[in-house]
Ligand binder design. Sequence first.
Ligand SMILES: [Fe+2]
Length: 136
Amino acid sequence: MQSWTPNLETGDPDIDNHHQELFQLTAMLDDAIHTQSIEKLDAIISFLEHYVIEHFCEEETLMETHQYAFYDHHKAEHEIFKVHVGELRKVYLEEISLAHVVFAIRKILDKLVYHVRTVDIGIVGIVNSEHHEKSS
Ligand SMILES: [Fe+2]
C-alpha cells in the first residue's frame, strides 16, 4: 500500500482528513504486528467501523446533494465495505490467530485505498462545482 499523496485530494477538508487517517492505518498495522498487540488491531478495526458509517455517510450526503451521476455505483461499493468490516470484527472475535486478523485487515485496507484512488476521486468534480457556486 502506498502512502497519501496530494493528487488524492478531493478538496473537501473533512473527507481528505479522513482519507489521510485511513492511509495512516498502514503504519498502525505495522506497529501492531511489530508489538504483537491484539489491542492495536482492535483499535484499527474500531476505526474502520466508524469510517464505514460516518465517513461514508458524509460522502453520500455530498453526492446526494449534488445529484452526482455515479452515486449508485459509489454507494454500492460502500455497502460492500460495510459487510467486509462486519466480517472483520467476526474474524477478530474468533481469535484464531493474530496473523489471521492482520491478513484480514490488510485485505480491507488495500481495497479501501483503491476505492479512494479510483472512486472517491470522482468527488473532486462536486467539490469544484461547490467552490464555483460560492465564488459566482
Ligand atoms: Fe467513497
